[in-house]
Design a protein around this ligand. Structure first.
Ligand code: ATP
Ligand code: MG
Length: 435
């Protein structure tokens, strides 16, 4: 389904609102993305109709966020969030209010939005309503608060991180008054839930220029003021330099684990420190685990002796596959290949990994083949199971796991064939060593 199809259905929603005697506009991110020539993800609609009225006009609706005035309207293929024009007058503790006031005027609704580029609307004819000149700002490459920047950031301190995120994702310069307001009001970030900060940082890290965002976070010092401290991370940011940008930005847009892994690595943070930071930022357990594993795997590979031989390096690589699994090692391989590529292109760029460039080049060139050639990756790949081993010893116990592990290692390093008889006889010789 194409965007035009989504727009056609969105216009039907507007038409139905108009037919029922209300106002209806496309607003927010959709209008901004159209004006900026960006890919459109979804369409938000604002209306003068109250949520109850919206629910009576449309057949299929979901009361998604009634206290904020939002009803989801389900169409044939797409769904649209339809929100009643509103203001957000009473901000408590510098965050968005739980309750809002409905108004009948589009202008009032646009006025409470964060940045000029997010405060545009579009009518059913495609005419842009832009009272705060968001279009001009976008064209000049500027992001700016709607109205008085200090007041807007005092109302909702998350806007400071959103500002950094939008600047990075759209390649914009933060307008002076807005930037100065961020510097003045940055300590208010302590009132903002870590989950909301995480969402913005994640959008930044999967955007087109995460390094610009990181740079702005460093320059503003914003991350020193989070509700749960991420001090090590905020302190480490002080040391980044422009040379580091390639290692974060050159990775594919949605490869967020790799981008986070490289960011922590270039900041000199180890796996424990990185996972504490990500946990404080309320990232999912999976995200924390994957990032931690990748950083640990890099460090494991760096344990290779300074006077390494090719044979030792390949051995260490296969050990890494057994310890961390194929997916993690594949990610590290991609990171090393990128590092090799970056430094071939620009020879002044330093590597960010604690390994010599010779080793990185070697892994980047031979790692894939080495991994593909392995006969087993886990004990499950062995042509023999724990049950097969039971008759070999009168007691059950941890020895089974140890024997299987030893067999897996020897097969993976090509020291043993993955054949049942061979494995059985090798197991028999290992068991006495264990007991
Ligand atoms: P994206 O969907 O790409 O993350 P977006 O601008 O659509 O960007 P949302 O968080 O979906 O961001 O918000 C939709 C709109 O709501 C914004 O364009 C903006 O007009 C308004 N908005 C969102 N968050 C705030 C906020 N903290 N303060 C003021 N207005 C906001
Ligand atoms: Mg949106």
């Amino acid at each position: 389904m194409t965007v035009t199809h989504m727009e056609a259905e969105g216009k039907q929603v507007l038409q139905q609102l108009l037919d029922a005697g209300y106002e209806g506009y496309f607003v927010g991110g959709y209008v901004r993305d159209i004006v900026a020539g960006k890919e459109v993800k979804d369409i938000d609609i604002a209306t003068s109709a109250t949520p109850e009225q919206v629910m009576s006009i449309f057949e299929r609706t979901v009361p998604t966020g009634l206290q904020h005035g939002t009803v989801t309207v389900l169409c044939d293929t797409f769904q649209f969030e339809v929100t009643t024009f509103r203001t957000e007058s009473s901000y408590i503790h510098h965050r968005r209010p739980e309750k809002v006031e409905f108004v009948t005027n589009l202008h009032e609704d646009l006025k409470r939005r964060d940045f000029t580029m997010n405060a545009m609307a579009m009518d059913i004819e495609g005419k842009i309503i832009d009272p705060f000149h968001g279009h001009d700002d976008l064209q000049c490459g500027i992001i700016r608060c709607v109205g008085n920047a200090i007041e807007r950031l005092e109302e909702d301190a998350l806007r400071m991180v959103r500002c950094v995120r939008f600047a990075a994702n759209f390649g914009l310069h933060i307008e002076e008054e807005t930037w100065n307001a961020i510097l003045e009001k940055k300590s208010l970030l302590q009132h903002i839930a870590m989950e909301r900060i995480q969402i913005e940082l994640q959008k930044m890290m999967t955007g087109r220029d995460p390094f610009q965002g990181i740079w702005l976070l460093k320059e503003s010092g914003l991350l020193h003021y989070t509700k749960r401290p991420i001090t090590l991370f905020a302190d480490a940011l002080e040391h980044i330099t422009m040379e580091h940008q390639h290692h974060v930005n050159a990775l594919p847009l949605h490869n967020s684990i790799s981008r986070w892994c490289n960011l922590f690595t270039l900041l000199g943070m180890n796996a424990e420190e990185a996972s504490t930071c990500l946990r404080h930022l309320c990232f999912s357990n999976q995200h924390v685990y994957d990032t931690k594993q990748s950083i640990q795997c890099v460090h494991f590979l760096s344990e290779l002796n300074d006077h390494w031989s090719e044979e030792e390096a390949l051995y260490q690589w296969r050990e890494a596959v057994l310890l961390y699994g194929k997916d993690v090692v594949q990610r590290v391989l991609d990171l090393f290949s990128l590092d090799k590529h970056i430094r071939e292109e620009i020879d002044t760029v330093p590597s960010i990994y604690p390994l010599s460039s010779d080793v990185i080049y070697f892994f980047a060139s031979h790692g894939q083949r080495c991994m593909d050639d392995m006969k087993v990756y886990t004990v499950k790949d062995l042509q023999l199971s724990g049950t097969d081993l039971l008759p070999l010893h009168p007691e059950r116990g941890s020895w089974i796991r140890e024997v299987l592990h030893q067999l897996m290692k020897e097969v993976s390093h090509g020291q043993l064939a993955n054949e049942r008889d061979v494995l059985m006889s090798r197991a028999k010789s290992i068991i006495p060593e264990l007991t």
